[in-house]
Design a protein around this ligand. Structure first.
Ligand code: UDP
Length: 362
C-alpha cells in the first residue's frame, strides 16, 4: 500500500488490519507535518514492512517524481503481488505510476469519484489512477456508473463500499471518552460547531479565507477549529490572525478525538472529503464549503454545498430544530456501506492476484 497523507492512513487502516503481516506500507511523507499523522501512525495496525520517506514540502511536480522514484525502488527491491492506493493524492498517483512501470497489478481503493471540476488536481489524479488500475474498488453505485460512462470495463470494477465506515467504527471512542474530549474543551453536546478548512480554493485566496473565518466567527455558538498547518500558514501570511479571536482554535486532533468532537457537534463545517462521508455514519449535518464535490451522495440529506459567503446562513438553518434534524438523520443509512468493505476489497484483490503472476524480487 502506498500513501502519504492523514486521510489515506485513516482509510487504509482497515485494510492493513485485514492483510496484517502480508502488507507492506510505503509512506511518502507528502504530509510532512507530524501533527497531522504521527498519532495515526501510532494507532495503525503494524504492517509486515514499513518504509517511510520525506517527499513533502516541494512543488507538486517534484513531489510526484520523487514519490514515483521511492515507490519504484521499494518495488524493485522487494516486489509485490499488488499495489493498493487510496483516493486522489499525489502519493496515490505516484504509487499507481510506479506499480504500472513495474508491471505490478494496481488496485484503486475509493475509485470512481468525480467532481467534474478540472481545476482540482485531485480530479486529474483520480481519473488517471482509475484508468490505469487493474481493479477499481468503488464505494457507491454512482461511482461505478461514473467509471462505466468513461469506458472502464465492468470486469475491472468491484462495488465494495468505503473503508471509512470501518475506520470510524474502530476509532470512535466510547461515550465516556467522548464526553471527556468535550470536557477538555469546555463544550456541551449540541452546544457548539466544529470546522475544518484546508482546501486551496478556501485558504490560498485571501478574500475567501477571510470570509470563511469571519462567517465562522459570527456564528451564535462556539466554533472549534482544529487548525490545518496549511491554513495556519496562510492566516499568518495574509495577516488574518486577529479573525481567529472569535474561534476556539486547537491543534489538529488525533482521529478518535476529532470523531468525538464531530459526533457531539450541532453542526460540522468542512471542506474535507472524508468528513463528508463520516457525518453520514455519525448522523450529523455538514455544511460543505466548496464549489464542487465528488461526494454528491450526501447532498440534500447530511450535507449542503455552499460558497464561503453562504456559510453563516446555512449553519443557522441547521441550528434551527437541532433535535428534529438529529432524529431525521439517524434514520438515513450511510451511502458508504458497512463494515464489510475491507473484506470485499480483500476478496477482489485476491482474485486479481490469482490471475496475475506476482513480480519476482530481483
Ligand atoms: N481529521 C482528524 N483530525 C482533525 C481533523 C480531521 O483526524 O483535526 C480527520 C477526519 O476525521 C477525516 C480526515 O482527517 O477522516 C480528513 O482529512 P483531510 O481533511 O486532511 O483530507 P480530505 O478528507 O479532504 O482528503
Amino acid at each position: 500500500m502506498v500513501c502519504g497523507t492523514r486521510p489515506e492512513l485513516i482509510k487504509l487502516a482497515p485494510l492493513l488490519r485485514h492483510f496484517g503481516q502480508d502488507a507492506a506500507l510505503v509512506y511518502t511523507g507528502q504530509h510532512y507535518d507530524r501533527s497531522m499523522y504521527s498519532q495515526i501512525l501510532d494507532d495503525l495496525p503494524e504492517p509486515g514492512r514499513f518504509h517511510e520517506f520525506a517527499v513533502g514540502g516541494v512543488g507538486r511536480g517534484a513531489q510526484l517524481s520523487q514519490a514515483v522514484r521511492v515507490v519504484d525502488e521499494v518495488l524493485r527491491a522487494f516486489g509485490a503481488g499488488a499495489v493498493l492506493v487510496q483516493g486522489d493524492t499525489t502519493s496515490a498517483l505516484a504509487g499507481a505510476l510506479a506499480a504500472n512501470a513495474n508491471g505490478v497489478p494496481l488496485v484503486h481503493v475509493e475509485a470512481g469519484l468525480r467532481s467534474h471540476d478540472r481545476a482540482m488536481p485531485e480530479e486529474h489524479n483520480r481519473v488517471m489512477i482509475d484508468h490505469i488500475a487493474d481493479l477499481c474498488c468503488v464505494p457507491t453505485e454512482l461511482n461505478r456508473r461514473n467509471l462505466l460512462a468513461e469506458g472502464v470495463a465492468a470486469e475491472r470494477i468491484a462495488l465494495t463500499g468505503n473503508t471509512v465506515v470501518e475506520a470510524l467504527d474502530a476509532a470512535l471512542p466510547d461515550s465516556d471518552e467522548q464526553q471527556a474530549v468535550l470536557d477538555r474543551h469546555g463544550l456541551a453536546v449540541d452546544g457548539y460547531a466544529v470546522a475544518t478548512i484546508h482546501r486551496p480554493e478556501n485558504v490560498d485566496d485571501r478574500s475567501n479565507l477571510e470570509t470563511v473565518l469571519r462567517e465562522l466567527a459570527r456564528l451564535p455558538l462556539p466554533v472549534v477549529l482544529p487548525l490545518h498547518p496549511r491554513t495556519a500558514k496562510r492566516i499568518a501570511e495574509f495577516g488574518l490572525g486577529h479573525v481567529l479571536a472569535g474561534l476556539t482554535v486547537v491543534e489538529p486532533q488525533a482521529y478518535p478525538a476529532f470523531l468525538a468532537l464531530a459526533r457531539g457537534a450541532a453542526v460540522v463545517v468542512s471542506d474535507s472529503g472524508g468528513i463528508q462521508e463520516e457525518v453520514s455514519v455519525l448522523k450529523r449535518p455538514v455544511v460543505v464549503v466548496r464549489r464542487s464535490t465528488e461526494r454528491p451522495e450526501i447532498e440534500g440529506t447530511f450535507g449542503t454545498l455552499v460558497t464561503p459567503d453562504r456559510l453563516h446562513a446555512e449553519v443557522l438553518h441547521w441550528l434551527h430544530d437541532i433535535p428534529g434534524h438529529r432524529t431525521r438523520l439517524a434514520r438515513i443509512p450511510s451511502p458508504y456501506g458497512d463494515n464489510s468493505t475491507s473484506k470485499l476489497i480483500a476478496m477482489a484483490v485476491e482474485r486479481l492476484v490469482a490471475h496475475a503472476p506476482a513480480l519476482a524480487a530481483p
